[in-house]
Design a protein around this ligand. Structure first.
Ligand SMILES: Cc1cc2nc3c(=O)[nH]c(=O)nc-3n(C[C@H](O)[C@H](O)[C@H](O)COP(=O)(O)OP(=O)(O)OC[C@H]3O[C@@H](n4cnc5c(N)ncnc54)[C@H](O)[C@@H]3O)c2cc1C
Length: 439
């Protein structure tokens, strides 16, 4: 196959690849969009059409006091094909944006196939073209042959095949009359937030944890290797004391409220530079979200915790973007190669589309010889981009849209007004950014 250096080759016509193709073609670039369906399907894809919603038909909330709602509104302003088609194929679902998944995908496929700057090639790509610009948007279930190629391109240690995500809470929702900051044996700074449990509290917690409802495993997920990232409920089921000798061990910690060593401890580690988010160390879980809320609220200090992301364990192909990518989603070691969508380490349909939009805009600016311009971090799109490319993200795990990743106001805004202020600031910033692209 011959590749022209002026063309943009997009691999994968999912949420991200379609959005990237649309943005690049609308910027006047020639796009070749590769999709392996219908010749080959991932274990979760079944329809020959593009932008297939592999599970839920909901793109989550449409409301501006919800982070996903804000992200969608930003994408609407930036002429997103995914969101405009979702709006066009909306079905009743309260404040959520749910769609008729068949007509949604069919319409996107027909729209991109008709677009004059886009050529569709139905073929599995097993290696990155050696010339021209490339956007890799092959998603969480990238085909095995291409995954193998990516290992060689970026290094085996920077490509992951599943995620084991612990819940993340907002720091100011933690009750410090119960929790305390300390490191084990007071070594170094007091980097951890510790939630101490008495023996009685610990037994009650383990009891609920082992009885709580979990998300059923998908058939193709049963072979996930769990070493080092076993779900906390599976560990708890192995014996009532297992967690007290594992992720909840209290060694080296004294509760300043009682002056004693607790029976067990849950530690939370800082998640972002601002320190307004903390993750529960070793608490990867397959519990259903309402069950996580119910059971984890039993933990002293977390009874009113605000969870910005719940724990999960999935099969998921993604790269270590903080090491590998520039803020433009270009590979640092080879700037003609961009990544987009869930493979960059975002999580969710709309988040994946957002990273497709950014990659499409950046790749076309690169192709047209224009300066790179990244969306401001005060927007949800920019905040996601900052999160996945921040060198601060040492313990990098996939992230969904949430208000905790936005830079806080200085001076602080009252919690009651915060979401509205964040949304106002983000929408103004995305409009200014979007208008600057047109010039
Ligand atoms: C089982 C499962 C359920 C999920 N459920 C939800 C949910 O309910 N809600 C939610 O918000 N998010 C969900 N996600 C997460 C995520 O948002 C979606 O996977 C989303 O579709 C990711 O978008 P994407 O464009 O990055 O990848 P995809 O939408 O998966 O698109 C990638 C495309 O690339 C193609 N492809 C792969 N390899 C190649 C290759 N070598 N050559 C050519 N084409 C290739 C694939 O066929 C596919 O069409 C789920 C993920 C999985 C795996």
């Amino acid at each position: 196959m011959n590749y022209s250096p002026k063309e943009i080759h997009i691999i994968g016509a999912g949420l991200a690849g379609c959005e990237a193709a649309w943005q690049a073609s609308r910027s006047g670039c020639q796009v070749v969009l590769y999709e392996m369906k219908p010749h080959q399907y991932s274990p979760a894809h079944h329809s020959p059409h593009f932008a297939e919603l592999v599970c839920s038909n909901s793109l989550k909330s449409n409301s501006l006091d919800n982070a996903s709602g804000l992200l969608k509104e930003e994408l609407r302003f930036l002429n997103s094909v995914i969101i405009s088609k979702a709006d066009a194929h909306k079905i009743p679902a309260g404040s959520a944006l749910a769609v008729d998944r068949s007509t949604f995908s069919e319409d996107i496929t027909a729209t991109l196939e008709k677009e004059k700057n886009i050529t569709v090639v139905r073929q599995e790509i097993t290696g990155i073209p050696s010339e021209g610009m490339v956007i890799i948007a092959t998603g969480p279930l990238t085909s095995p042959a291409l995954s193998e190629h990516l290992k060689n391109l970026i290094g085996n240690e920077f490509l992951y095949f599943h995620d084991a995500v612990s819940p993340i809470v907002e720091t100011d929702s933690i009750d410090f009359s119960k929790a305390f900051k300390a490191s084990r044996y007071n070594k170094g700074d007091a980097d951890y937030i510790n939630c101490p449990l008495s023996q009685e509290q610990y037994y009650a917690f383990v009891n609920e944890l082992t009885r709580a409802e979990t998300v059923p495993l998908k058939e193709f997920e049963t072979l996930i290797p769990y070493e080092g990232c076993m779900p906390v409920e599976v560990m708890a089921a192995r014996g009532v004391e297992t967690l007290a000798f594992g992720p909840m061990k209290p060694v080296g910690l004294t509760d300043p409220h009682t002056g004693r060593r607790p029976y067990a401890v849950i530690q939370l580690r800082q998640e972002n530079q601002e320190g307004n988010l903390y993750n529960m160390v070793g608490f990867q879980t397959r519990l259903k979200w309402p069950e996580q809320k119910r059971v984890f609220s039993m933990i002293p200090g977390l009874s009113a915790a605000s969870f910005v992301r719940y724990g999960s364990l999935h099969r998921n192909t993604y790269i270590h973007s903080p090491t590998l990518l520039l803020k433009t989603l270009q590979l640092k070691s080879n700037p003609r190669i961009f990544f987009a969508g869930q493979i960059t380490g975002v999580e969710g349909y709309v988040e994946s589309a957002a990273m497709g939009l950014v990659a499409g805009i950046q790749a076309s600016r690169f192709a047209l010889g224009l300066n790179p311009v990244t969306p401001p971090a005060t927007t949800m799109t920019g905040a996601l981009l900052s999160y996945i490319t921040s060198p601060y993200s040492i313990n990098f795990q996939p992230m969904n849209a949430n208000f905790g990743i936005l830079p806080p106001f200085d001076p602080a805004v009252r919690k009651r007004e915060r979401k509205q202020k964040y949304a106002e600031r983000a929408l103004q910033a995305i409009k200014d950014w979007g208008n600057s692209l047109i010039k």
